[in-house]
Design a protein around this ligand. Structure first.
Ligand SMILES: [Zn+2]
Length: 703
């Protein structure tokens, strides 16, 4: 496992610090350093590459027994790019040529630079990758490559991009392939274009959804293709080392924004990155954005779900206190940081790289982020890191072979629903929040779940239940897969207007939706929300569930009604084939995300159990409440069960229950505290009780 830290973003730190720093990195228990190889920096003049600084750092790391990960930053382009490739500027949505500038997190080199759809720009970029990989692929301490940092391509474009001739040409070619020519496009879009040059991408939100959604989808595909192209060049030269890319967030958390001129998912889709590359990753700054155990775990689960059997890299994890401009943010305390490492391992991360070693010294990030920085906590952080570094070394084999348990609960991620919502609102926040609400309630209750992407549906065969939060857009292919899933015995949980739009953004009347065809029950139409909750009677209990946006009651002609109003059923269960559909006439996930309720967690628990899911492990006590929950993850390594237990503040003991046969032995070792934990056999299975250790989390390995 790579447990490392980002070190060099040229020209900082300056070389006077290198010897001492690299020695100290090794002494603090870390085993890897990451160096940013900036295109703009290493090729200051066309075809003249300067690698002296990297040569020295790679050697210095080797001398100190440290691995190296090279982050090839081609998106920080040389200042000469537009001179060498005239007319290579991106063009924004207003038809303006984009003026590139030094990026705020990079002291030298321009962004966004030339458009990669321009073959001249790509030729130069390819040359950069070729030079870097050729030079370092045989370095004995090379551990791998990050081929694209945070998937940045449009940063500081200061407008929506790209509308240059090359991108328009690529867009039209992609459309023609997708629809089988202009006739097919006209049929699908219900238009009368006479020629492809009349077909323009969407410009801004609140127009017709059709071309905006399609352009967003194209931009996602384009980012995925670009990553694949980078990977192709690098892999041809280095077949030995892993090559990954990582987002600033998992793609599920990239809803787009008018403020930053980002269309939804314009940095690609992690599931497709994982199809093509050796792995996928994300950055995480938990103290900067106030994440708890569930928030952090959800990020890793999103990447892990996308990655499947590929590598999962936590490519930037917060090292020290965040600082931007003249603001400082929450401290990075030692135990929180240790929790992120072990939470990441619990979810299946293969590489963890902290951002960064020293405090930054230029621009808005000055004084921020250094794990060894000046926030007053560095000494303690590094002392604890040494302990974890030793554990990672001692248990390297165990960690390498660990696999989290295979989830049987799925939550759907629907990029098409993001596209449509962005096309209306300029962000897809409400779709993202719906997804997050469901995932968070599962994470807080330690119920293992898989996030299912709408074009990667072969995983459905392993699931008992699939939640479809705010899945307002469905393609025929998705509908067929969902129908097959439910007919074979799966449970499908649909929210209001599930599949109400086709992928071209055209609205379907209730009777024309796949939910109606499948269940024989139709929604009656949109009605006003008169109260912010509905009361559902589930398993003899009355549950109050938060609702939002509108109600779309379902006809009451079939199934069991769990909640209703005067217009119809607000939650009902309808048998379909060997399975069932749960039909909700509103949205339940995002109200829960905004305002915690125990009742929504009960609803989730009831629904998954009714679908035939049984916990392998569960927290018997303490039960989750508004502010705290014991977070448990488990899996197996070389036939041994491993259970990760994270205690919240003020909860000092835990009682865990396991299904019969979960542990084969009567004892487990907490490898963090070195304590032995007794496993009791009971009538219902196995169980154990123990207190929180000093570190406030335990990693149990059965003996
Ligand atoms: Zn372009």
């Amino acid at each position: 496992m790579n447990l490392g830290v980002q070190y060099y973003r040229p020209p900082f730190p300056e070389d006077k610090y290198w010897e001492k720093d690299i020695t100290q990195i090794k002494q603090s228990g870390l085993n890897t350093v990451q160096l940013w190889v900036l295109w703009g920096w290493v090729e200051p003049k066309p075809n003249q590459f300067i690698f002296d600084d990297y040569d020295r750092l790679v050697k210095l790391a080797e001398k100190n027994g440290l691995g190296v990960i090279l982050s090839a930053i081609a998106e920080i382009q040389p200042h000469w790019i537009h001179r060498e490739v005239p007319g290579s500027e991106m063009v924004d949505h207003m038809g303006h040529k984009v003026i590139s500038s030094n990026r705020r997190e990079c002291h030298f080199g321009i962004t966004p630079g030339g458009c990669t759809d321009n073959p001249g720009v790509w030729e130069h970029m390819k040359h950069f990758f070729t030079e870097v990989v050729s030079r370092y692929c045989s370095a004995p301490n090379l551990r791998g490559w990050d081929a694209w940092n945070e998937l940045r391509w449009n940063v500081q474009a200061d407008g929506f991009v790209c509308y240059c001739d090359y991108t328009l040409q690529a867009f039209r070619k992609w459309l023609s392939d997708k629809y089988g020519g202009l006739e097919g496009l006209n049929k699908a879009w219900k238009r009368r274009y006479g020629s492809f040059d009349e077909v323009m991408p969407g410009k801004l939100p609140d127009g017709p959804y059709t071309e905006m959604m399609t352009f967003e989808r194209f931009l996602t595909w384009r980012a995925n293709q670009h990553a694949k192209a980078r990977y192709g060049v690098m892999k041809a030269l280095d077949k030995k080392h892993p090559i990954t890319v990582h987002g600033a967030s998992p793609c599920t958390l990239w809803p787009g924004s008018m403020h930053s001129y980002d269309q939804a998912l314009n940095r690609g889709n992690d599931w497709f990155f994982a199809d093509d590359l050796d792995g996928v990753g994300c950055s995480s700054f938990p103290k900067w954005s106030n994440m708890d155990d569930a928030d952090f775990a959800m990020r890793v689960e999103f990447v892990k779900s996308a990655g499947r059997d590929k590598l999962v890299w936590l490519s930037e994890v917060q090292g020290g206190r965040a600082s931007t401009g003249f603001n400082i943010f929450a401290d990075v305390d030692t135990l929180s940081q240790q929790r992120w490492i072990w939470n990441g391992i619990a979810c299946g991360a293969d590489t963890i790289l902290f951002w960064c070693w020293r405090d930054e010294v230029f621009g808005r990030e000055s004084s921020g982020f250094g794990i060894s920085g000046y926030d007053g906590l560095a000494e303690e952080r590094l002392a604890y890191m040494k302990v974890t570094g030793k554990l990672v070394e001692d248990y390297g084999d165990l960690i390498a072979k660990y696999r989290p348990t295979k989830p049987e609960i799925g939550v759907m991620f629907s990029p098409q629903s993001y596209y449509l919502t962005w096309a209306q609102e300029g962000n897809a926040d409400r779709i993202m929040n719906g997804l997050l609400g469901y995932c968070r309630s599962l994470a807080r209750q330690s119920m293992p779940y898989l996030v299912v992407e709408e074009e990667h549906l072969n995983v459905l065969s392993g699931l008992k239940i699939l939640f479809l939060p705010r899945m307002i857009v469905t393609s025929e292919a998705v509908e067929e897969a969902l129908a097959a899933f439910v007919k074979k015995g799966g449970t499908l949980v649909c929210e209001s207007e599930c599949g109400a739009f086709n992928p071209e953004g055209i609205y379907r009347y209730p009777e024309d939706r796949f939910t109606t065809r499948l269940s024989g029950v139709s929604e009656v139409g949109r009605r006003h929300v008169k109260s912010d909750h509905v009361t559902a009677t589930i398993d003899g209990q009355k549950l109050s569930l938060g609702v939002t946006q509108w109600l779309t009651p379902w006809q009451k002609n079939k199934g069991t009604i769990l909640a209703e109003n005067e217009d119809g059923a607000l939650i009902s269960e309808v048998p379909v084939g060997k399975g069932r559909m749960v039909l909700c006439g509103t949205y339940l996930g995002d109200p829960y995300l905004g305002s915690w309720t125990e009742d929504f967690e009960k609803f989730m628990k009831f629904t998954v159990r009714k679908a035939g899911w049984k916990p392998e492990a569960e927290v018997a006590s303490p039960k989750p409440d508004k502010d705290s929950f014991v977070y448990v993850k488990w899996g197996e390594s070389a036939g041994k069960k491993m259970v990760y237990v994270f205690f919240p503040p003020k909860q000092d003991s835990v009682h865990l229950r396991f299904k019969p046969g979960f542990f084969t032995s009567k004892r487990a070792t907490d490898i963090i505290s070195k304590r032995k934990i007794q496993i009791q056999t009971t009538e219902t299975g196995r169980e154990c009780m123990f207190n929180a250790p000093d570190w406030r989390f335990s990693v149990l390995v059965e003996e």
